[in-house]
Design a protein around this ligand. Structure first.
Ligand SMILES: Cc1cc2nc3c(=O)[nH]c(=O)nc-3n(C[C@H](O)[C@H](O)[C@H](O)COP(=O)(O)OP(=O)(O)OC[C@H]3O[C@@H](n4cnc5c(N)ncnc54)[C@H](O)[C@@H]3O)c2cc1C
Ligand code: SF4
Ligand code: SF4
Length: 434
């Protein structure tokens, strides 16, 4: 073999290099599942130089463990509602996927509705499930004690604890960091997490039978992405003139719909801004992690129930946002989810008002509709640049891309290729910050 030929043969990647590649290709969403699978002595979620929490290899990682992670990670695999969760009552929409029912709803208890991010539906369902004893606990997220702008996974065994976790955490959050330990308890529970977290849990269900046995419900907020740490620093330092190191509490929304964005400082000062000050009113200006920009499922396709906002056009009206009591749209996907909604309403936990349809959902979630159409072409762009692309199933990406039309698809594909070339789809190898 000639020298020049042998030089072309690349060395096989080590297990650590294979795992790191998910982060380097900006596909890690920080769900924490790989820590649970590999064990925290081997792979640990840590704060890294980009300000995110990313899996850092700490111990002796083997290829078999990385193979397993690759099969489960929502950066490498995202699937729609399992066929087993579909039945004769399942309807299908090209954009919104499989569903049994779409309706407007809110928590019947005004306190829960007020505290909730939108209308408190997810919290009301969680409270119903623990108060009736149908599940022993809810695995979900609350404001982090470690980094005030982050979320931390939390285990709520009482209705009061579920309520304490109400609200959206628009910062890095790893709800699956110890999910295997939660399954080891052998107790029934419900999981609330972002659509990508639900995708990870569904992936786990393919190899761990305990998921379908013990996780009685998977509930999700419809999700357009979250605020990257750099965006948060800019908001605190440049927009508010605050020192991020002095922030002790951060509530993104809730206590109204959307409610104020509230920052608590070490010296007792409280600064409140509006949701529209935080996110802006123009979707194209949203600062998001790259993985969220190419997300093939922000609408919770594999959850039993997905709950969203209902602002016409997708953003609250600054004129009225202070007075909105909050109403969710719910996309009920499985028969199990439909049964839960019916029983929670009958028991007085949930108020369900009008039935709605996929075109109504388009009108209140235009950014989700646009992203759904663009995802297939964006993935093609990533593939053409040799980047990691999640495997997908039951998400209709090809059909959506065909419906989008070749000119628009090319625009999305080329735009993604350009982003890759200028480094937007890359993160440094995860190393701990300190
Ligand atoms: C990152 C993010 C992006 C979003 N983007 C959109 C969007 O594009 N369009 C839209 O209509 N709605 C979006 N939402 C959803 C919206 O903010 C509400 O969460 C949703 O309407 C449910 O409202 P609720 O009142 O029922 O929630 P609540 O009753 O307040 O319950 C919220 C539940 O979600 C859990 N939770 C909150 N944040 C996280 C997190 N980061 N990870 C895991 N679990 C969490 C909480 O623990 C709680 O159990 C987003 C939410 C998040 C967290
Ligand atoms: S997305 Fe989740 S499972 Fe995948 S690498 Fe990131 S933290 Fe690990
Ligand atoms: S946009 Fe997609 S990848 Fe980003 S947090 Fe939401 S569900 Fe996860």
């Amino acid at each position: 073999m000639s020298q020049s030929h042998s030089q072309k043969i690349s060395k096989p990647m080590t297990p650590a290099e294979r795992l790191n590649r998910i982060t380097e290709d900006a596909m890690c969403i920080g769900c924490g599942l790989c820590q649970s699978v590999a064990g925290p002595d081997t792979v640990r979620m840590e704060l890294v130089e980009t300000g995110y929490e990313r899996p850092v290899v700490r111990g002796d990682l083997c290829h078999e463990t990385v193979d397993r992670i690759m099969d489960l990670c929502p950066g490498t695999r995202v699937e729609g509602l399992p066929e087993a969760a579909q039945d004769a009552g399942t309807r299908h929409d090209l954009v919104w996927g499989a569903y049994q029912q779409m309706a407007l709803a809110y928590a019947a208890d005004p306190e829960v509705r007020h505290a909730g991010s939108t209308g408190g539906v997810l919290t009301a369902l969680g409270m119903f499930l623990v108060e009736t004893g149908e599940v022993d606990f809810i695995l979900h997220a609350r404001a982090s004690d470690r980094v005030p702008t982050f979320g931390d996974r939390t285990v709520s065994e009482t209705a009061a604890a579920v309520l304490a976790g109400a609200g959206s955490r628009y910062g890095p959050t790893a709800p699956l960091i110890d999910v295997l330990e939660q399954l080891d308890k052998g107790r029934p529970f419900a999981f609330v997490g972002k659509p990508c977290d639900i995708a990870a849990l569904r992936n786990l269900a393919r190899v761990d039978m305990r998921v379908n046995e013990l996780v009685k419900y998977m509930l999700t907020p419809v999700c357009g992405g979250f605020m990257p740490p750099q965006g948060m620093s800019r908001f605190l330092e440049q927009d508010l003139g605050l020192d991020p190191e002095q922030v002790t509490g951060f509530r993104y929304r809730g206590y109204g719909c959307p409610g104020p964005t509230r920052v608590e400082m070490r010296d007792g000062t409280v600064v409140e801004k509006r949701y529209t000050d935080f996110w802006g009113t123009d979707e194209s200006m949203w600062v998001l992690p790259f993985r969220c920009k190419v997300c093939p499922d922000g609408i919770g396709e594999s959850a039993d129930i997905a709950a969203s906002d209902t602002w016409p056009g997708g953003s609250p009206d600054p004129e009225t946002e202070d007075d909105d009591p909050g109403t969710n749209a719910i996309v009920v996907r499985s028969a199990r989810g439909a049964d839960l909604v019916r029983r929670a309403a009958e028991a007085g936990y949930l108020t369900v008002t009008d039935e709605v349809d996929p075109r109504y959902m388009d009108s209140v979630q235009p950014h989700q509709r646009n992203k759904k159409y663009a995802a297939g072409a964006r993935f093609e762009g990533l593939r053409a640049e040799g980047k990691t692309v999640p495997r997908t199933a039951r998400l209709r990406l090809d059909a959506l891309m065909a419906d989008l039309g070749s000119e628009d698809a090319a625009f999305q594909r080329d735009g993604t290729r350009e982003r890759v070339r200028i480094g937007k789809a890359s993160e440094p190898t995860p190393k701990p910050k300190d």
